[in-house]
Design a protein around this ligand. Structure first.
Ligand SMILES: Nc1ncnc2c1ncn2[C@@H]1O[C@H](COP(=O)(O)OP(=O)(O)OP(=O)(O)O)[C@@H](O)[C@H]1O
Ligand SMILES: Nc1nc2c(ncn2[C@@H]2O[C@H](COP(=O)(O)O)[C@@H](O)[C@H]2O)c(=O)[nH]1
Length: 197
């Protein structure tokens, strides 16, 4: 048997876990599910996006998002540093490319939590990615969750609900749909899809 070289060697492409993209309308519970999943399996790496949105109370730079201004976001785009980016409800959001590629090359499971436009762009550039759609149990429940979160002004909620109608209509573009009735059940199903548990 040939001796293994010292240090870490790149993982062959076939052995790499697929990139998983989680999308779904604003307020459906994506962040809640992912937070639960990572409490149980901290090894699941979640990409930290850059955004021009202002932080909500409790959100920390580098943890929840990289909060940047318009000029900084323009530079990230111009320098090709984003794997994908999109404008959503008046703000821009993008996935830092290098960190995602590094984790995939190291053979680690990678999760993106992004909107429909971003999911479509990832599908184009990385067709091997699996796209998971998180759906609400009903429209009324989605409105309740988004409103009940209490983080957005009424006009922002309206914009997000308008986007939600478009996102719900695109469910068939995804490889799998999970209905977020129970956070624990969805987290378990997502871990299974990612082949983590
Ligand atoms: N299964 C569930 N049952 C009841 N409430 C839920 C469930 N999942 C999430 N929630 C609640 O719904 C609200 C929205 O959840 P969350 O912020 O995770 O949504 P999101 O999809 O990440 O939204 P956004 O895209 O706007 O960031 C939160 O108040 C959360 O506690
Ligand atoms: N295309 C991308 N969408 C992203 C990214 N990071 C987050 N998002 C999505 O934006 C909306 C709004 O998020 P919020 O934190 O302001 O509620 C939501 O659908 C996120 O999934 C990204 O890098 N690219």
């Amino acid at each position: 048997m040939a001796a293994s070289p010292r240090g870490s060697s790149p993982v062959p492409p076939d052995a790499r876990p697929r990139l998983t993209v989680l999308s779904g309308p604003s307020g459906v519970g994506k962040s809640t599910v992912v937070a639960h999943m990572r409490k149980v399996h901290p090894e699941v790496w979640l990409s930290v996006s850059a955004t021009t949105r202002k932080p909500r109370p409790g959100e920390r730079h580098g943890v929840h998002y990289f909060f940047v201004d318009d000029e900084e976001f323009d530079k990230l785009v111009a320098n090709g540093e984003l794997l994908e980016w999109a404008e959503f409800a008046g703000n821009r959001y993008g996935t830092p490319r290098r960190a995602v590629l590094d984790r995939l090359e190291a053979g680690e499971p990678v999760l993106l939590e992004i909107d429909l436009q971003g999911a479509r762009l990832v599908r184009e550039s990385m067709p091997e990615a699996q796209l998971v759609f998180l759906a609400p149990p009903s429209w009324d429940e989605l409105v309740r969750r988004l409103t009940g979160r209490g983080t957005e002004a009424p006009e922002v909620i309206e914009r997000r609900l308008a986007a939600a109608k478009i996102e719900l209509a695109a469910e068939a573009e995804f490889d799998t749909t999970l209905v977020n009735t129970s956070v624990e059940d969805v987290a378990r199903e997502l871990l299974a899809l990612m082949k983590v548990a």
